[in-house]
Design a protein around this ligand. Structure first.
Ligand SMILES: Cc1cc2nc3c(=O)[nH]c(=O)nc-3n(C[C@H](O)[C@H](O)[C@H](O)COP(=O)(O)OP(=O)(O)OC[C@H]3O[C@@H](n4cnc5c(N)ncnc54)[C@H](O)[C@@H]3O)c2cc1C
Length: 328
């Protein structure tokens, strides 16, 4: 018969010979900043999303690269989240590691701005203004990070980030650092090469022009006023849900909101998920909306437009399922 103290010895032994869990190895590599079962809702502007198995906020590009490489080595599924302003995260959360980009340094030198990709886009716009640099005003009020803006070629009022970007430092899928110029990105309306390549922007630079500080401020204020009239303030959202529709030759753009308005999208509401009363292309979270409710609404919006206009709306907002990005 095995005595009690022998039993406890056996237990210790079996613990010692156990192979460490991937999470433990990840923790050894990334330190105490690695968290478990973190709700993702507070990290998105929609305020929707279940928990991530693991969550790590990278505060330097080195740490960000280390997190990516560690996840790859350990075969842990990972996803880079920045401002969380262009994403709907499913209610079950994410199986794997969410790496949040917290690298946010901004440097201005002459007419050039160089910023780390986790910098808040509005902070970059404000830095341009503070240094009397013109060219970035159009991005006033666009939520999220600089990296997210480059990834999706964020834009407004006829301009986009890709037009003013002069260069960037990327971290490739193979784990290498690459310096590229604007041409590399193949920028298109709300898109760039990064959507296919999986490369991560570490920093980006912008060549701007000296301007009149008061005029820059005036432009920014006008844009903000315009946004305030049609964008939600209190409610969670991810901005426009669907892309606008370009004619085949690219000369004409039909706002998705105009079509959605005509099919009565503003009447759609399930629980706390609803189409915004001021803008038919924005879905809002009025409190405790679930991703599943938002999905039902956006699928209905798309069906209605298809039925009436024979136009297939394409989502601008990404959908993060439990193992990665999925089609809505
Ligand atoms: C109220 C409101 C208004 C908005 N208005 C506009 C608008 O006028 N114009 C517009 O274009 N958008 C608009 N948006 C959408 C959103 O702000 C932009 O798409 C923004 O650029 C997303 O950046 P993010 O950091 O939040 O990205 P996230 O939502 O965190 O991520 C989006 C995608 O980008 C990838 N990504 C993030 N950082 C990097 C990086 N460093 N390198 C590579 N990939 C990266 C992520 O992996 C993910 O796939 C609006 C959103 C809101 C909530």
């Amino acid at each position: 018969m095995i005595e009690k103290d022998q039993m406890s010895l056996l237990k210790t032994e079996s613990k010692r010979t156990q192979t460490p869990e991937p999470f433990d190895i990840l923790k050894q590599k990334l330190g105490q900043d690695l968290k478990e079962m973190v709700s993702l809702a507070p990290y998105t502007t929609f305020r929707i999303g279940g928990p991530a198995d693991y969550f790590y906020q990278a505060r330097t590009p080195e740490k960000l690269m280390e997190a990516v490489m560690s996840a790859k080595e350990l075969n842990i599924n990972y996803f880079l989240l920045a401002g969380g302003s262009n994403i709907l995260i499913n209610d079950q959360g994410f199986r794997g590691l969410i790496i949040r980009n917290g690298c946010d340094k901004i440097e201005v030198s002459g007419e050039k701005i160089v910023a780390q990709s986790g910098a808040v886009l509005q902070d970059v716009v404000d830095s341009a203004y503070e240094n009397s640099l013109t060219g970035f005003e159009f991005a006033t009020g666009i939520k999220g990070s600089l990296g997210g803006a480059v990834y999706g070629n964020a834009g407004a009022f006829g301009h986009a980030v890709g037009e003013i970007l002069s260069g960037a430092v990327l971290f490739t899928a193979a784990g290498e650092i690459k310096v590229v110029d604007r041409g590399y990105f193949d920028f298109v309306y709300r898109g760039s090469k990064l959507k296919q390549s999986g490369e991560i922007v570490l920093s980006a630079s912008f060549q701007l022009q000296k301007g009149n500080k008061e005029e820059i401020k005036k432009k920014m204020d006008e844009i903000m006023d315009l946004r305030n009239t049609k964008h939600p303030h209190e409610e969670g959202s991810a901005g426009s849900f669907f892309k606008n529709i370009k004619s085949a030759d690219g000369s004409k753009v039909t706002p998705a909101g105009v079509l959605l308005e005509q099919v009565g999208a503003k009447e759609l509401k399930i629980g706390d998920a609803a189409v915004f009363y001021k803008h038919a292309n924005i879905v809002v979270n009025l409190g405790k909306a679930q991703a599943s409710q938002v999905l039902t609404i956006v699928r209905t919006m798309r069906e209605k437009v298809k039925e009436r206009f024979n136009i297939q709306l394409e989502p601008e907002v990404l959908f993060l399922d439990q193992y990665g990005l999925e089609k809505v």
